[in-house]
Design a protein around this ligand. Sequence first.
Ligand SMILES: Nc1ncnc2c1ncn2[C@@H]1O[C@H](COP(=O)(O)OP(=O)(O)OP(=O)(O)O)[C@@H](O)[C@H]1O
Length: 260
Amino acid sequence: MPVSASPALLEVSGVTVRFGGITALDGVSFAIAPGSIAGLIGPNGAGKTTLFNCLSRLYTFSEGSIHFEGQPLTAYAPHQIAALGIGRTFQNLALFRTMSVRDNVTIGGHCRSSSGFLANALRMPWVRREEAVLDQRAAGLITLLDLDSVAHRPVSDLPFGTQKRVELARALMSQPKLLLLDEPAAGLNHEEVDGLRLLLRRIQSELSLTILLVEHHMNLVMRVSDQVIALDFGRKIADGTPAEVQANPEVVRAYLGAAQ
Ligand SMILES: Nc1ncnc2c1ncn2[C@@H]1O[C@H](COP(=O)(O)OP(=O)(O)OP(=O)(O)O)[C@@H](O)[C@H]1O
């Protein structure tokens, strides 16, 4: 399916971010079609995390625009981004280690909870109804991510690869339309990376998700993505199918240069 066939879910246009004398992003533009998996690659310092932080509104950009479903992101505060439909995971796991898998996952739904503090304290009927919906959603995601057998175990007891699935389930609790994954394969062994590839495809199709992942694991990016965007020194150097990007001379140069 050509990636440009449907209107973009996410449209990044001429985004520039400067930190003092460093231009971390230099007029970066690309679009992501709904229902696709896009990989964002580039050597260390290329600007991938900076771009993710712009998409989460953690950083402000000095030039350009980002539109999500046609809405300018700058119209929303960082705490409204999850409710808008953009979820994310982080490079370093941010789980509550002594809490169970189920509780860690359920917590991910509270950014969309509409109950106020008083209603919660008084356990009003609509609060209980809302909690039942969240419990049910958490149970569905725990099954989808193959976590049923460890649902009641504290997260700290579990292998790293399983903890990463817990983090993914938690990010999905806010029912994102766009899921940003920051190095999901980091720290995983060969077998786990292959499992992750199948899992990403499964959640993408079962939940009709769009996924943007930053990843250094080239084999995973090239096998899981419909579209790959390559950055180098803050500039976009390639954007296309995995085969097109892999064959792009600027991409080859950026990686060979980085390896020397
Ligand atoms: N908060 C910040 N303050 C100053 N400079 C920053 C900040 N964040 C990023 N940079 C700089 O911006 C550039 C892009 O960094 P960024 O972390 O976005 O790259 P990256 O592609 O994610 O790298 P990596 O693959 O190593 O995570 C780098 O030169 C980095 O030093």
